[in-house]
Design a protein around this ligand. Structure first.
Ligand code: HEC
Length: 127
Protein backbone atom coordinates (compact mmCIF):
# COMPACT_ATOMS: atom_id res chain seq x y z
CA UNK A 1 0.00 0.00 0.00
CA UNK A 2 1.48 3.36 -0.92
CA UNK A 3 1.08 6.49 1.10
CA UNK A 4 -1.78 7.92 -0.93
CA UNK A 5 -3.87 4.76 -0.65
CA UNK A 6 -3.15 4.67 3.04
CA UNK A 7 -4.28 8.27 3.43
CA UNK A 8 -7.49 7.58 1.53
CA UNK A 9 -8.14 4.50 3.63
CA UNK A 10 -7.51 6.42 6.84
CA UNK A 11 -9.83 9.26 5.75
CA UNK A 12 -12.56 6.80 4.87
CA UNK A 13 -12.14 5.13 8.24
CA UNK A 14 -12.37 8.40 10.17
CA UNK A 15 -15.37 9.53 8.11
CA UNK A 16 -17.04 6.21 8.72
CA UNK A 17 -16.47 6.52 12.43
CA UNK A 18 -17.87 10.05 12.45
CA UNK A 19 -20.94 8.97 10.52
CA UNK A 20 -21.69 5.99 12.74
CA UNK A 21 -21.12 8.24 15.75
CA UNK A 22 -23.71 10.64 14.43
CA UNK A 23 -26.14 7.81 13.87
CA UNK A 24 -25.65 6.54 17.41
CA UNK A 25 -26.56 10.01 18.67
CA UNK A 26 -29.74 10.16 16.62
CA UNK A 27 -32.86 9.76 18.64
CA UNK A 28 -33.88 6.35 17.48
CA UNK A 29 -35.30 4.03 20.09
CA UNK A 30 -32.90 1.13 20.63
CA UNK A 31 -33.78 -2.04 18.80
CA UNK A 32 -34.54 -4.94 21.09
CA UNK A 33 -32.37 -8.00 20.43
CA UNK A 34 -34.30 -11.11 19.56
CA UNK A 35 -32.95 -12.99 22.57
CA UNK A 36 -34.35 -10.36 24.89
CA UNK A 37 -37.78 -10.53 23.28
CA UNK A 38 -37.57 -14.31 23.49
CA UNK A 39 -36.40 -14.85 27.06
CA UNK A 40 -36.76 -11.65 29.05
CA UNK A 41 -39.75 -9.63 27.93
CA UNK A 42 -42.33 -12.08 29.22
CA UNK A 43 -41.39 -10.99 32.73
CA UNK A 44 -39.68 -7.69 32.05
CA UNK A 45 -42.47 -5.78 30.48
CA UNK A 46 -44.93 -3.19 31.61
CA UNK A 47 -47.79 -4.65 33.58
CA UNK A 48 -45.92 -7.66 34.93
CA UNK A 49 -45.09 -7.43 38.58
CA UNK A 50 -43.32 -10.30 40.29
CA UNK A 51 -42.30 -9.46 43.81
CA UNK A 52 -42.08 -5.99 45.21
CA UNK A 53 -40.89 -4.01 42.21
CA UNK A 54 -42.01 -3.45 38.68
CA UNK A 55 -39.10 -4.94 36.84
CA UNK A 56 -39.96 -4.01 33.31
CA UNK A 57 -37.82 -0.95 33.13
CA UNK A 58 -34.44 -2.48 34.08
CA UNK A 59 -33.13 0.73 35.49
CA UNK A 60 -31.55 1.42 38.85
CA UNK A 61 -33.34 3.53 41.43
CA UNK A 62 -30.91 6.36 40.75
CA UNK A 63 -31.97 6.36 37.10
CA UNK A 64 -28.51 5.29 36.00
CA UNK A 65 -28.01 2.22 33.84
CA UNK A 66 -27.73 -1.08 35.67
CA UNK A 67 -24.17 -2.22 36.16
CA UNK A 68 -23.04 -4.50 33.37
CA UNK A 69 -21.82 -7.23 35.71
CA UNK A 70 -25.11 -7.12 37.60
CA UNK A 71 -27.01 -7.84 34.38
CA UNK A 72 -24.59 -10.64 33.51
CA UNK A 73 -24.74 -12.22 36.96
CA UNK A 74 -28.54 -12.05 37.14
CA UNK A 75 -28.81 -13.67 33.75
CA UNK A 76 -26.36 -16.48 34.49
CA UNK A 77 -27.24 -17.18 38.11
CA UNK A 78 -30.82 -15.96 38.43
CA UNK A 79 -32.13 -13.60 41.08
CA UNK A 80 -34.87 -14.66 43.51
CA UNK A 81 -37.87 -15.35 41.28
CA UNK A 82 -35.82 -14.84 38.15
CA UNK A 83 -34.47 -18.00 36.57
CA UNK A 84 -30.85 -18.50 35.51
CA UNK A 85 -30.03 -18.78 31.81
CA UNK A 86 -27.43 -21.24 30.59
CA UNK A 87 -24.90 -20.60 27.85
CA UNK A 88 -26.99 -22.90 25.66
CA UNK A 89 -29.99 -20.61 26.11
CA UNK A 90 -28.34 -17.20 26.09
CA UNK A 91 -24.97 -17.38 24.36
CA UNK A 92 -22.12 -15.10 25.46
CA UNK A 93 -22.65 -13.07 22.30
CA UNK A 94 -26.33 -12.71 23.02
CA UNK A 95 -25.59 -11.67 26.58
CA UNK A 96 -23.31 -8.96 25.21
CA UNK A 97 -26.20 -7.80 23.03
CA UNK A 98 -28.52 -7.69 26.05
CA UNK A 99 -26.01 -5.61 28.01
CA UNK A 100 -25.53 -3.22 25.09
CA UNK A 101 -29.26 -2.98 24.56
CA UNK A 102 -30.00 -2.16 28.20
CA UNK A 103 -27.27 0.49 28.10
CA UNK A 104 -28.88 2.01 25.02
CA UNK A 105 -32.29 1.95 26.66
CA UNK A 106 -30.92 3.78 29.70
CA UNK A 107 -29.23 6.36 27.46
CA UNK A 108 -32.36 6.85 25.39
CA UNK A 109 -34.41 7.34 28.56
CA UNK A 110 -32.34 10.39 29.46
CA UNK A 111 -34.07 12.27 26.67
CA UNK A 112 -37.26 10.20 26.50
CA UNK A 113 -38.18 9.55 30.13
CA UNK A 114 -41.47 7.92 29.20
CA UNK A 115 -39.89 5.47 26.78
CA UNK A 116 -41.24 2.02 27.44
CA UNK A 117 -39.03 -0.60 25.79
CA UNK A 118 -41.33 -3.53 26.35
CA UNK A 119 -45.00 -2.96 25.88
CA UNK A 120 -47.47 -5.17 27.68
CA UNK A 121 -48.41 -6.81 24.38
CA UNK A 122 -44.83 -7.84 23.55
CA UNK A 123 -43.07 -11.07 24.26
CA UNK A 124 -45.19 -14.05 23.51
CA UNK A 125 -48.51 -12.65 24.62
CA UNK A 126 -51.32 -13.89 22.40
CA UNK A 127 -53.15 -11.01 20.76
C1 HEC B 1 -39.69 -15.73 35.02
C2 HEC B 1 -39.57 -14.29 34.94
C3 HEC B 1 -38.26 -13.67 34.51
C4 HEC B 1 -37.57 -13.87 33.33
C5 HEC B 1 -37.92 -14.81 32.20
C6 HEC B 1 -36.45 -12.96 33.37
N1 HEC B 1 -36.44 -12.26 34.54
FE1 HEC B 1 -35.08 -10.86 35.11
N2 HEC B 1 -36.04 -10.64 36.89
C7 HEC B 1 -37.18 -11.33 37.28
C8 HEC B 1 -37.52 -10.94 38.64
C9 HEC B 1 -38.71 -11.45 39.44
C10 HEC B 1 -36.56 -9.99 39.04
C11 HEC B 1 -36.49 -9.23 40.37
C12 HEC B 1 -35.83 -10.10 41.39
C13 HEC B 1 -35.83 -9.39 42.74
O1 HEC B 1 -35.61 -8.17 42.78
O2 HEC B 1 -36.09 -10.07 43.72
C14 HEC B 1 -35.66 -9.82 37.92
C15 HEC B 1 -34.58 -8.95 37.93
C16 HEC B 1 -33.72 -8.75 36.87
C17 HEC B 1 -32.66 -7.80 36.84
C18 HEC B 1 -32.34 -6.82 37.94
C19 HEC B 1 -33.27 -5.65 37.76
C20 HEC B 1 -33.15 -4.59 38.80
O3 HEC B 1 -33.77 -3.52 38.58
O4 HEC B 1 -32.49 -4.78 39.82
C21 HEC B 1 -32.04 -7.90 35.63
C22 HEC B 1 -30.86 -7.09 35.12
C23 HEC B 1 -32.72 -8.93 34.90
N3 HEC B 1 -33.75 -9.42 35.67
C24 HEC B 1 -32.39 -9.33 33.62
C25 HEC B 1 -33.06 -10.32 32.91
C26 HEC B 1 -32.67 -10.75 31.59
C27 HEC B 1 -31.52 -10.16 30.80
C28 HEC B 1 -33.53 -11.74 31.23
C29 HEC B 1 -33.55 -12.53 29.96
C30 HEC B 1 -32.34 -13.28 29.62
C31 HEC B 1 -34.47 -11.92 32.34
N4 HEC B 1 -34.15 -11.03 33.31
C32 HEC B 1 -35.51 -12.83 32.35
C33 HEC B 1 -37.89 -12.23 36.52
C34 HEC B 1 -37.53 -12.68 35.27
Amino acid sequence: MNRKTLLIAATALVLGMLLTGARAQAQEPPKMPYVFAMYCVMCHKLGVQIGPVGIYDMISKSGNPLHEQYIRNNTRFGFNAMPAFRVSEVTPKELNAIVAYLKDVAAYRKTHPDFNPAKATQGGVKQ
